[in-house]
Design a binder for this molecule. Structure first.
Ligand code: OSB
Ligand code: MG
Length: 373
C-alpha cells in the first residue's frame, strides 16, 4: 500500500513570540518560518515545519534559501517518487548538499502523513514508548541580571525542573552565579551557540565548575571539535554539541575525539526524525546521552520533537516547553501544557496527534504556494 500525493503546500507564517528571545547570535521578536503540508489522494494530510529563520545566524540556512530549495528541487523530486516514504525522499535528495532544515520540513510532513495512513502516531511509528517526556526551559539573554533571576524564578514556579541559560562572553559568570545563588538546587545548563574563542576553555571551566553547571552546550565554533574535547577532559560537567553535529560522520568524529558527552538532537539540524533517532542510538552506544533540542517551533514542529523525545535513546530533559512559553496563540490544538514533574504528554492520536487550527494559520500566514504533481 503506497500513499499517492495530491499536493504540497508551503506556507510562510509569522508568529509573535510572547517575549523576545536573545541568544549570542541575535534577538528574535517574531518567528517567521515555513510550514509544509502534504496531502494524499485519499484526503489525508501531513505537516512539517522548517526551523530556518529570516537571517542565517544559527546555521547557513534561512527562510529564503529553504523556500528556494523546497520549490525548485525538493518538492519536484518528491513528486518523482513512486512511493513517497520519508526514507525514499531522504535517499533521493541526499545528493543535494546541506539544506537540512528544508529537507527536515518535508521529512516531517511525510512521517506525519505515513503515520496517519497507518492509523498510528508519529511517536509509535518511530518506536516511541514514553507517554510523557521530561522537559526544561531555555532562557534567553536578559537586559539585566535581576531580570534574569526573576525570569528563572517564574519558570520554576510554573513547574520547569531544568533551566538552560543562554550565555555569551560578557554574559556568563555574573548571571550564572546570580541564578545559582538564588536557586541553589536547580539543575542548570548553559548554551553559548559558538560564541567563545577556543582560548576561553579555562575561563568557562572555572565558572561552570564554581556554579555547578551540569552541562555546557556548544561554547566553540561548529568545526572546533578539538576545543570541545579539551573542555570535556576531566570536566565535572557534560559538554554538549549542538551545531557541530549535522550527520553520522560529524557525530563519529566527535565521539572518537571524546568531544561530546551529551548530544542535542534537532530534527532541523540533522534533516529529519529518522536521522535524529539514528544519531541518538549511535551516541547511546558510546554511553553518550541524548536529548531533543528546540528552535522555538510552533505546535507543528513541537509535536514532532515530542514524538522524537518519546523514543528510547533520548534520556535527558529536552528543550521543549509548553506552548504558552513561546506563543500566546499556537498554531495547533490542543496546545502543549506543562504536566507533573516538568513533563509534556506525548500525543497518541493519529500522526503528530494535534490539529493545525486553520483560522489561526490564515491570520498568521504571509504567503502561500501550492504544488501539484
Ligand atoms: O541553540 O538550542 C539552541 C533557539 C533558537 C536557536 C538555537 C537554539 C534555541 C533554543 C530554544 O535554545 C529552545 C526551545 O525551542 O525551547
Ligand atoms: Mg544550542
Amino acid at each position: 500500500m503506497t500513499v499517492r500525493l495530491a499536493s504540497v503546500r508551503v506556507d510562510e507564517v509569522e508568529l509573535p513570540l510572547v517575549e523576545p528571545f536573545q541568544t549570542s547570535f541575535g534577538v528574535e521578536k517574531d518567528r517567521r518560518f515555513l510550514l509544509v503540508r502534504v496531502t494524499s489522494r485519499d484526503g489525508l494530510e501531513g505537516w512539517g515545519e522548517c526551523a530556518a529563520a529570516v537571517d542565517p545566524l544559527y546555521s547557513s540556512e534561512s527562510v529564503a534559501t529553504a523556500r528556494w530549495i523546497l520549490s525548485e528541487r525538493l518538492i519536484p523530486q518528491l513528486f518523482r517518487l513512486r512511493d513517497p516514504t520519508p526514507e525514499a525522499f531522504r535517499a533521493s535528495t541526499d545528493r543535494f548538499r546541506g539544506n537540512r532544515m528544508a529537507k527536515a520540513a518535508v521529512e516531517l510532513a511525510l512521517q506525519d502523513l505515513r503515520a496517519r495512513f497507518r492509523g498510528t502516531s508519529v511517536s509509535r511509528s518511530l518506536g516511541g514508548r514514553r507517554d510523557r517526556i521530561r522537559v526544561g526551559v531555555s532562557v534567553g539573554i536578559q537586559p539585566s541580571v535581576p531580570q534574569l533571576v526573576d525570569r528563572v524564578g517564574r519558570y520554576l514556579e510554573r513547574g520547569y525542573g531544568r533551566i538552560k541559560l543562554k550565555v555569551a562572553p560578557g554574559w556568563d559568570a555574573r548571571p550564572v552565579g546570580a541564578v545559582r545563588r538564588e536557586y541553589p538546587d536547580v539543575e542548570l545548563w548553559v548554551d553559548a551557540n559558538q560564541a567563545y574563542p577556543t582560548r576561553a576553555v579555562a575561563a568557562i571551566r572555572s565558572w561552570a565548575e564554581r556554579f555547578e553547571v551540569a552541562q555546557v552546550e556548544q561554547p566553540f565554533a561548529e568545526r572546533a571539535i578539538r576545543a570541545h574535547a579539551v573542555l570535556a577532559r576531566g570536566a565535572p560537567f557534560r559538554v554538549c554539541l549542538d551545531e557541530s553535529i549535522v550527520d553520522a560522520a560529524s557525530l563519529e568524529d566527535a565521539l572518537d575525539a571524546s568531544a561530546v558527552t551529551s548530544l542535542n538532537v534537532k530534527v532541523a539540524r540533522v534533516g529529519g526524525l529518522a536521522t535524529g533517532v539514528a544519531l541518538a542510538r549511535r551516541a547511546a552506544a558510546h554511553r553518550v546521552p541524548s536529548w531533543v533540542g528546540g528552535m522555538l517551533e510552533s505546535g507543528v514542529g513541537r509535536a514532532h520533537n515530542v514524538a522524537l523525545a518519546s523514543t528510547p535513546p533520548f534520556v535527558l530533559s529536552s528543550d521543549l516547553s509548553a506552548s504558552d512559553r513561546y506563543y500566546r496563540e499556537d498554531l495547533t490544538d490542543p496546545p502543549f501544557a506543562l504536566g507533573p514533574g516538568s513533563t509534556l504528554a506525548v500525543p497518541r492520536g493519529p500522526g503528530i496527534g494535534v490539529e493545525v487550527v486553520d483560522r489561526v494559520l490564515r491570520r498568521r500566514r504571509r504567503a502561500t504556494r501550492t504544488f501539484r504533481p
